[in-house]
Design a protein around this ligand. Structure first.
Ligand code: NAI
Length: 244
């Protein structure tokens, strides 16, 4: 089977890093995209050490107009993308009453609109190849709701809707589009939570522990594989039973 090129946004740490390593271990070339070149180089070095091929794309998703050129440049070295993992995201949590409209819009832009722009950049080639995998990283809170995250939850619920819309549009070209909805995963994003909040969340998880970035990456690796070819428009929960 020909080696494919996978693009992972937010690949400098956490779940994105784990996805890049897992997709490389599965035999794909990977493009690592995020803002911090030095951190991306570290991830690329970890992939090279294991015998994989990685390229970096320094990219700020908040700057939507810069996305097409950054992806085109990376693809000119790594080959056109047929596996896209929209993983990068930010939070700006506060109760809706206090939330500034700029913070609402900014989170939607980075988490959802940027994912759409990335999808647009890769659709033409996937369509031409009649093969593609798009995996959007959503969140359990898009399904269950949560206080203090109106912007983040709107963006993640939007990603799930986007997943299903593009899944319909691209099914005829053998391009599958799915979402992975992680629960409570041990990364920088959750390390900022207080011990009290962590305890409260843990008590609501049937498996009684946080998940690892590698456990989310395993689901992404599966959805990107040949074997997952008959799954599209699906939201795969990796949440320890937190939401069923
Ligand atoms: P993280 O905060 O550790 O990593 C986020 C990544 O996105 C980093 O590589 C960061 O550089 C990148 N990023 C952020 N803003 C960017 C921008 N403007 N341009 C380019 N790159 C940017 O987060 P984590 O925990 O690894 O999360 C990964 C995904 O999983 C996110 O979509 C997050 O919403 C989702 N998720 C995480 C959960 C958790 O418990 N950690 C739970 C549910 C969903």
């Amino acid at each position: 089977m020909a080696q494919r090129t996978a693009l992972v946004t937010g690949a400098s740490r956490g779940i994105g890093r784990a996805c890049a390593l897992a997709l490389s271990a599965a035999g794909n070339r990977v493009i690592l995209a995020a803002r911090d070149a030095a951190k991306l180089e570290e991830v690329a070095a970890a992939i090279h050490e294991k015998g994989g091929e990685a390229h970096i794309a320094v990219l700020d998703l908040a700057s939507l107009d810069s996305i097409p050129a950054a992806i085109a440049e990376a693809a000119s070295k790594a080959g056109p993308v047929t596996i896209l993992v929209n993983n990068a995201a930010i939070t700006k949590d506060t109760l809706a009453l206090r939330m500034k409209r700029a913070d609402f819009e900014h989170v939607l832009q980075v988490n959802m609109t940027a994912a759409f722009v990335c999808i647009q950049q890769v659709l033409r080639f996937m369509s031409h190849e009649r093969w593609g995998r798009i995996i959007n990283i959503a969140s359990v809170v898009a399904q269950a709701g949560n206080a203090g995250q109106a912007n983040y939850i709107a963006s993640k619920a939007g990603l799930i809707g986007l997943t299903k819309a593009i899944a319909h549009e691209m099914a005829g070209r053998n391009v599958t589009v799915n979402a992975v909805a992680p629960g409570f995963i041990e990364t920088d994003m959750t390390s900022v939570l207080s011990a009290e909040v962590k305890e409260r969340i843990l008590s609501s998880i049937p498996l009684k522990r946080m998940g690892s970035a590698e456990e989310v990456a395993a689901a992404v690796r599966f959805l990107a594989s040949e074997e997952a070819g008959y799954i599209t428009g699906h939201v795969l929960n990796v949440n320890g039973g937190m939401y069923m």
